[in-house]
Write a protein that binds this ligand. Structure first.
Ligand SMILES: Cc1ncc(COP(=O)(O)O)c(C=O)c1O
Length: 388
């Protein structure tokens, strides 16, 4: 049969029906599963059978969510986590030994940056950073203990774009594991495995849920690496709850239509801000003025839901802008149906030094807008009056 399209898999990937022949997958809110007899129990624990034993290891709702994301990303296997950060931490912890080395893009999510700089060194795992526009320096950072190249694209919060194909080639040449945090794009807009990524991580909290309800994370990729992530995670316990997995699997049914509208609204807002006299600069991957516009076009279907811009007048003008916002939410999340404005310098990236922030492209007056699904005229009107 012809391979099904993304939208069809998002809706039709479903757990086997129960004896009640339900149309929509029910919730399996159970911590454990029962065995037929002693032999069934022994064989299940010996992994001679593929079946659910305990929801810290697997659960039908998590399995459905994982299977969908694997199909969307073109991955063989995956594991679902209680949050995006649980996915990031567990994936690295499962794959690295004391003494190993990571090479990461400097522009990464604040908590991931803190994990690399404040916690991993405790276990003698160190990280070297490369600037977004200096991928040619990556090879000079490689040591005999380098194991992983890590990147986000688009980056949080600067919406810079990294050429995933170039990174994939470097990883292949040096036999390194290439891991991409793909949550700003979602699997609908970009599939990093096509460009050489071995593992793809998502904060499911963002576009996957899309309505700001649940925390979730997922890692997908090749079977061998995922087996290591699975073995570490089934012991350490960061598993996603079946309830949240159920919510997410339903949300993915509408991912494509939601993300299409997010992108349409975000592009219109970015074009409006480009002409605004109170704005220093605007960044959006599908604006022609974006420094990596050509790369974005090559690897993404559309520009995503996040627009970054800098308010003229620095910190003071920025404060006035946030205080004047009426419709949009002042919140730290993104990828929600509700549009959200954030000030990265004082919130998500406040734990970084000002030097580290500038290195990640975060200026004091920078505003990050997660453009939602309200009517674009209302989104623009609120931002326009707040700038005025
Ligand atoms: C790029 C990126 N990765 C990871 C995370 C962490 O996800 P979570 O908040 O679900 O732990 C976030 C959250 O904002 C993020 O923006």
């Amino acid at each position: 049969m012809k391979k099904r399209q993304f939208e069809t898999e998002a809706i039709r990937t479903q757990m086997e029906r129960s004896q009640y022949l339900e149309h929509s997958t029910p919730m399996y809110l159970t911590s454990s599963f029962v065995f037929e007899d002693a032999e069934d129990m022994r064989a299940s624990f010996a992994e001679e059978k593929e079946r659910n034993i305990y929801s810290r290891y697997s659960n039908p709702n998590s399995s459905e969510f994982i299977e969908k994301v694997c199909k969307m990303e073109g991955a063989e296997d995956g594991f679902a986590f209680a949050s995006g950060m649980a996915a990031v931490f567990s994936t690295f912890a499962a794959l690295l030994e004391s003494g190993d080395h990571i090479i990461s893009s400097r522009s990464i999510f604040g908590s991931t940056h803190s994990l690399f700089t404040q916690f991993f060194p405790k276990w003698n795992i160190n990280t070297s950073y490369f600037n977004i526009n200096e991928v040619d320096t990556i090879e000079s950072l490689i040591t005999p203990r380098t194991k992983i190249i890590y990147a986000e694209s688009p980056t949080n919060p600067g919406v810079d774009i990294l050429d995933l194909e170039v990174l994939g080639k470097i990883a292949k040449k040096h036999n390194l594991i290439f891991i991409v945090d793909n949550c700003f794009a979602s699997p609908y807009l970009q599939q990093p495995i096509k460009f050489g990524a071995h593992l793809v991580i998502h904060s499911g909290t963002k576009l996957m849920d899309g309505q700001g309800r649940v925390l979730a994370g997922i890692t997908v990729g090749g079977r061998e690496l995922m087996d290591k992530v699975y073995r570490f995670s089934r012991i350490t316990g960061p598993a996603l709850s079946p309830f949240n997995a159920w919510v997410l699997s339903k949300s993915l049914e509408t991912l494509s239509v939601r993300v299409d509208r997010h992108c349409e609204n975000a592009l219109k807002l970015a074009q409006f801000l480009e002409e605004h006299p109170k704005v220093n600069w605007v960044k959006y991957p599908f604006l022609k003025s974006h420094p990596q516009y050509e790369i974005a076009k090559k690897q993404m279907k559309a520009g995503g839901c996040v627009v970054a811009f800098d308010v003229k007048g620095g910190v003071e003008a920025g404060k006035k802008f946030f205080d004047a916002i009426k419709l949009l939410s002042l919140s730290a999340n993104l990828g929600d149906a509700r549009s959200i404005v954030t000030h990265p310098a004082s919130t998500t990236h406040s734990k970084l030094t000002s030097e580290e922030r500038l290195g990640a492209g975060i200026t004091d007056g920078m505003v990050r807008v997660s453009v939602g699904l309200e009517h674009i005229d209302d989104i623009i009107a609120d931002i326009d009056q707040a700038l005025g």
